[in-house]
Design a protein around this ligand. Structure first.
Ligand code: BGC
Length: 757
């Protein structure tokens, strides 16, 4: 609706009517105003399926919702590194929403995976902000192309479940910009989500619902967000403050209580009515956008969408290990499918994203209809019961027997529901002991053991050296069984790549010492060194690095080239690389481009992912992948200018198989066009002054003829030239007056004036 019409409408409202629009009607609906033709709209969870509750409502996944389709969760879809897949998922959900008259789907969930322990990591995309923002952006694009809104969440820095409603995420400005805001930024700028959901937690002491810097200054003013902000369910703190800070809608219903607070604040002069009008306008703009584009004929196509869920999962799975190319399996070989999850897969996580699947397809179901599988060659043994983490010796013995008499054992394992969920964090990265024991026992009698994992976050794999293959299926949605069988038997070639690192041990993780925090403060002291930024910079061994994933074919990389070897920061850089499928099967490769700064004063990760493309190649085919990089690929957030800054110098363009395996690189020279203004004083160091071209010139001139040059040289015996240089680098100007003959305080003051002129 046009702005003028919206303003007209608002001018016809009473103060109470306006205030009433600022909170929900009930658990899932926004309020309408009948006399003015303002409709009430429904919002529903997601985001990897539709969780529309038409009966008893809750936000913890307790009561049932309508029968729907559960797609692979965020942990899985991000591993596809495939924007088209996320767009397709969004489109499919958008159609489902239209069919069910849901105006907005509450997702995507896109917080950064700061620690593998976060109970909600299964919903989130990545430890890397580029992957997160690109995947989320494609999802938002897909949903909104069907004229349905999204609510990217949880804005922001909601990276733990522990005390999520009271804890403050404490971080410095640069970390916030480069990691946690960056996860949302690209998506907001490019896709303009209709709504944003603010998180429960505080950020540096201020609840997100009341955080004007986040909700107005950054979200609206910097990034151009033009939708409305709603709270997470129950995330409202002080209603009037939140309204001023840019939070439009409190969810769910407040029973009228905070609407009255808003009206009273206006009457008492504590809140300008114009602010309330603005919040109403932002809100109504979206409400009408949905109403004006209703597709009343849409139907929920459960079976079609089940098929889509299966195809998607085939693209998401990550083949972590495949020794001796044991996979794909041959249909002729006798296979023992072992483990409860082969019959009852764990395919989704607990909490508000829990979908009431209209059916679930297990691997055992799928052997009946997947190609290249002979049902008669497969036997099943349950192996464990995950209700409690206790080994059932009878089940274990049966499984070992089955494994012994087969040509290959495929163990379906992972994390049970009670190990990871919304609402609490994991305490460790272990799998249940009973499952680890089963894998050990099976691998002892069967050298050809394959493990299929159903989990939402990294796990430790104490048995990794004893099994031939590991297929990470993640929480793969209701059709996971068919997808797994298709990959196991080579009907589909795995092409997922890890969007997160699998560390060797929890103790290795960057925030191990302070994750969760104390006294409701969680200090992000690892700064920008999150995930692979930390492991790669420290050159640490990990179980599987970020970006890792195998295929049934092989790829080779050649001819990395750039359009220019020297650019100024405002110029675009084009990078091309040839990728060839050197194997015998068609397959997809995720080509990853990292930037590695080779100098500069800022402390930065050894490399950061700045672009990626997924490319499909037939056997023998070569494809050229092209990337275009702008200044942001080279920039870091400077807290001196409160903006992005590119340092002059050399940067290496690195093309990698993953964050720890760089195949090709190319150096480029980037010239900065930015300027960080510097004010020199008596405590400026010689190093700082000499690093500044003008400073260098002035200082050298001023020092000529004094004893300084001599004093700085070092005599070559007790103090070498190198040692002297290091000492001088850190020496403040004021000290020159104390020990360099001929240098006076007055002379130094003149020098400072010249430097600052
Ligand atoms: C979750 C949100 C969800 C909301 C509504 C909250 O507990 O954090 O992600 O959208 O409930 O169910």
């Amino acid at each position: 609706m046009e702005q003028k019409k919206l303003k007209d409408l608002i001018s016809q409202m009473t103060l109470e009517e306006k205030a009433s629009l600022c909170s929900g009607l009930d658990f899932w609906h926004t309020k309408g105003i009948e006399r003015l033709g303002i409709p009430s709209g429904m919002v529903s969870d997601g985001p990897h399926g539709l969780r529309k509750q038409d009966q008893t409502a809750d936000h913890l996944g307790i009561n049932d919702s309508i029968k729907a389709v559960c797609f692979p969760a965020g942990c899985a879809t991000a591993s596809s590194f495939d924007r088209d897949l996320l767009r397709k998922l969004g489109e499919t959900l958008g159609e489902e929403c239209q069919a069910e008259d849901v105006s907005t789907i509450l997702g995507p969930a896109m917080n950064i995976k700061r620690s593998p322990l976060c109970g909600r990591n299964f919903e989130y995309y990545s430890e890397d902000p580029l992957v997160s923002t690109e995947m989320a952006g494609a999802f938002v694009h897909g949903v909104q192309s069907k004229h349905v809104g999204t609510s990217p969440k949880h804005f922001m820095a909601n990276n733990q479940e522990y005390h999520r409603m009271t804890s403050s995420s404490e971080m410095d400005e640069r970390t916030m910009r480069e990691i946690y805001l960056a996860s949302f930024e690209g998506m907001v700028r490019k896709e303009k989500p209709w709504t944003i959901m603010n998180s429960y937690n505080k950020l540096n002491g201020t609840y997100l619902c009341e955080n004007k810097e986040m909700l107005i200054d950054i979200l609206r003013k910097e990034w151009g967000f033009d939708g409305y902000v709603m709270t997470d369910w129950g995330a409202m703190n002080e209603r009037v403050e939140a309204l001023k800070a840019g939070c439009n809608l409190e969810m769910p219903s407040c029973g009228g209580a905070t609407d009255a607070e808003i009206a009273a604040a206006v009457q008492e002069g504590e809140l300008e009515e114009a602010v309330l009008d603005k919040r109403c306008e932002e809100f109504l703009n979206i409400i009408f956008r949905y109403e004006e584009n209703r597709e009343k004929k849409a139907v929920f196509q459960l079976e079609r969408d089940h098929g889509i869920a299966r195809q998607m999962e085939e693209e998401c799975m990550v083949l972590l290990k495949n020794e001796g190319a044991i996979l794909p399996l041959s249909a002729e070989k006798k296979a023992a499918f072992i483990g409860k999850y082969a019959k009852a897969p764990r395919y989704q996580g607990g909490g508000s994203s829990h979908i009431n699947s209209f059916k679930v397809e297990s691997a055992m179901d799928a052997i009946g209809f997947c190609e290249k599988v002979k049902e008669e060659n497969i036997i099943f043994a349950q192996g464990y019961d995950d209700a409690e983490d206790v080994t059932d010796e009878v089940l274990l013995a049966e499984a070992v027997e089955a494994a012994k008499h087969a040509d290959v054992a495929v163990v379906f394992a992972g994390l049970p529901d009670n190990f990871e969920s919304e609402g609490y964090d994991r305490k460790h990265m272990g799998m249940p002991d009973c499952q680890n024991r089963l894998i050990e026992a099976v691998s002892k009698v069967q050298p050809n053991t394959v493990v299929v994992l159903h989990n939402g976050a990294p796990v430790e794999m104490p048995w990794i050296g004893k099994v031939k293959a590991v297929l990470e299926a993640y929480l793969g949605g209701q059709a996971v069984g068919g997808a797994v069988v298709n990959v196991l038997y080579g009907n589909a070639n795995p092409s997922g790549r890890l969007a997160e690192t699998f560390p060797l041990r929890l103790q290795d993780t960057p925030c191990y010492l302070n994750y969760g925090g104390e006294h409701d403060k969680s200090v992000y002291s690892e700064g920008v060194f999150v995930g692979y930024r930390y492991y790669a910079s420290k050159d640490m061994e990990v179980l599987f690095p970020f970006g890792h994933g195998l295929s049934y074919t092989t790829f080779s990389y050649e001819n990395v080239a750039v359009n220019k070897e020297k650019i100024t920061e405002s110029e675009m850089l084009t990078v091309t690389v040839d990728v060839a499928n050197t194997g015998k099967m068609a397959g997809k490769e995720v080509v990853q481009l990292y930037i590695s700064p080779k100098g500069g004063a800022a402390i930065r990760p050894v490399r950061e992912l700045k672009a990626f493309e997924k490319i499909e190649l037939a056997p023998g085919e070569t494809g050229k992948v092209q990337f275009t990089l702008d200044r942001r690929a080279f920039a870091y957030w400077s807290t001196q200018i409160h903006g992005w800054h590119v340092e002059s110098g050399e940067y290496e363009i690195q093309i990698g198989k993953n964050a720890q395996d760089i195949l090709l690189s190319y150096p480029v020279e980037v010239e900065s066009e930015g300027h960080i203004p510097k004010v020199f004083n008596m405590n400026s160091t010689m190093g700082e002054i000499l690093a500044d071209p003008k400073g260098k010139e002035i200082l050298e001139q001023a020092m000529a003829g004094t004893g300084a040059a001599q004093a700085m040289a070092g005599d070559g015996e007790a103090i070498s030239g190198e040692m002297m240089a290091a000492m001088m680098e850190g020496m403040p100007l004021r000290q020159l007056a104390s020990f360099v003959p001929g240098v006076t305080k007055e002379a130094l003051n003149q020098l400072i004036s010249a430097l600052n002129a």
